[in-house]
Design a protein around this ligand. Structure first.
Ligand code: C2O
Ligand code: CU
Length: 490
């Protein structure tokens, strides 16, 4: 098999000087850590909204510095983290549809970084391509036109080969977009409780820790197959927090920010979520759901109605899914606890019609992407159509404006949450079964289940030409090179 220069580089990756995190990961393979935690003893933090400043009045401009920080994740000992503006999670950006956001990203960390706005529809030069790196000490200006449907987006590191350890170290934050149509729906939102009202983003991640409190990122052969799975549940940067809620409807934006874990979210009292949005924005209509499955990078916008619960009631947000093999999954079931502690007037509604999701038109072509596992130099690698990521190769080249069907065929025994940059797509079917309520909205990531399952998605490649990536969002698969490029041509 011909091995490209890029693949040779990858073969040498773990031994390359300067790849300190990867070497660290190797050194942490056997870690007895798992420091004690005390569930539901610390309040849920809500990442503060960044205030724009400078720049043209018709746009919102920000400066963010990537830097080391200390986080109190465990409550018993501090954790060194990598942050945006010193915070883990990073500060929240609030954007309006069709109003441009500019972000200057300054890299004060020791490794090269690339910042990707996940779910964003942005020019290639601002997309955070994995090889469009900001060197330590450098900076880059990203522009986001926000000419897209409002949605819960997130920004995170995307440095080639090292996205897994970088996000694991803390580099992610919310980017929440809205518009007038959504404002006028009168969904639960701003209210008297907190500056954030009753619209709460939840970044949900699992992590492993060393005894000292530092993060452990074991790059075992097993982790190359299943991804790095933690034994602690962390929400907005705190292990198993509690959150005091009013007796009313509250909106939560669930984001699976884990490297590899697939969650089945459920409430401990059996109550249903009312799902109102998916990755790319509002659903056509609210979908009541008892269990919501989210793979890495997927989002679900939900309303939980606490109004029928008595004051003092406590319910937990749970994960019902176990990763296989189950014996290796040491994560607790409980993610966080809601405590109903006050009455509050609720004039919000969940209307029967949200924002119609209009089916895309007829495709001009269909492309197939076959997902398989392999071994290279004694280590597990992941292929798309038999190839590892190579930034010198273009794997698909839609013409601007084209509608295409992409078929992902999973010929391996683990799931792959496949993510396409630039677009929001519609899932047509998974093994012939059309998506159910909650899955039938705009998506940018789709779980392709194992063992020969075929997922079909349809997308329109509009507005921006240039080179973008698509990849598995199990970050250890992505870094071990389950990623490819498409070029949108004029
Ligand atoms: Cu969330 Cu290419 O990434
Ligand atoms: Cu994968």
């Amino acid at each position: 098999m011909a091995v490209s220069r890029r693949e040779l580089l990858k073969l040498g990756l773990l031994a390359t000087p300067g790849m300190s995190l990867a070497q660290l990961a190797e050194a942490q393979i056997k870690d007895p850590g798992s420091p004690p935690v005390f569930p539901f003893t610390r309040a849920l933090p809500i990442p503060p909204v960044l205030t724009p400043g400078g720049g043209p009045p018709s746009q919102d401009s920000y400066t963010i510095t990537m830097q080391q920080g200390m986080a109190n994740i465990l409550g018993t000992r501090p954790t060194p983290v990598w942050t945006y503006n010193g915070m883990y999670p990073g500060p929240t950006i609030r954007a309006r549809a069709n109003r441009q956001v500019n972000i200057r990203q300054i890299n004060n960390l020791s490794e090269s970084m690339s910042v990707h706005l996940h779910g964003g529809h942005a020019p290639a030069s601002s997309d955070g391509h994995p090889t469009d790196l900001i060197a330590p000490g450098g900076q880059k200006d990203y522009t986001y036109p926000n000419q897209q449907l409002p949605a819960t987006l997130w920004y995170h590191d995307h440095a080639v080969d090292l996205t897994g350890p970088h996000i694991y170290m803390g580099l992610s934050g919310f980017y929440i977009m809205s518009d007038t149509l959504e404002d006028n729906l009168n969904l639960p939102g701003p209210g008297p409780s907190t500056p954030f009202g009753n619209d709460i983003p939840l970044l949900i991640q699992d992590r492993l820790f060393n005894t000292s409190g530092s993060l452990s990122y074991p790059m075992t052969d097993d982790a190359l197959v299943r991804g790095v799975l933690g034994d602690k549940m962390v929400v907005n940067g705190v292990v198993q927090p509690f959150f005091r809620v009013p007796r009313r409807k509250v909106r939560f934006r669930l984001l699976n920010g884990a490297n590899a874990r697939i969650f089945d979210f459920a409430l401990s009292n059996g109550q249903q979520f009312i799902q109102i949005g998916s990755d790319g924005g509002l659903l056509s209509a609210p979908a009541p759901r008892s269990v919501i499955r989210l793979g890495p990078a997927e989002r679900a916008d939900v309303v939980i109605d606490f109004s029928s619960l008595n004051l003092g009631t406590q319910i937990t947000l749970r994960n019902l899914n176990r990763m296989v093999p189950h014996s290796l999954d040491r994560a607790p079931r409980d993610i966080m606890r809601f405590e109903v502690d006050r009455n509050e007037t609720d004039t919000s509604v969940v209307p029967a019609t949200l924002r119609p999701v209009v089916p895309l038109g007829t495709e001009v072509r269909t492309r197939d992407f076959i997902l398989t596992r392999g071994v290279l130099n004694g280590r597990v690698v992941w292929f798309i159509n038999g190839l590892l990521f190579d930034d010198a190769r273009i794997d698909a080249n839609p013409t601007i404006g084209d509608i295409e069907i992409w078929r992902f065929i999973n010929n391996s025994n683990v799931s792959h949450p496949m993510h396409i940059h630039l677009v929001q797509f519609q899932i047509l079917d998974i093994n012939g079964v059309p998506p159910g309520p909650g899955e039938n909205g705009w998506k940018d990531t789709v779980i392709v289940p194992p063992n020969g399952v075929l997922a079909r998605v349809k997308a329109r490649f509009t507005d921006f030409t240039g080179t973008f990536v698509f990849h598995c969002h199990t970050l250890e698969h992505e870094d071990h090179a389950m990623m490819a490029q498409f070029s949108v041509t004029p």
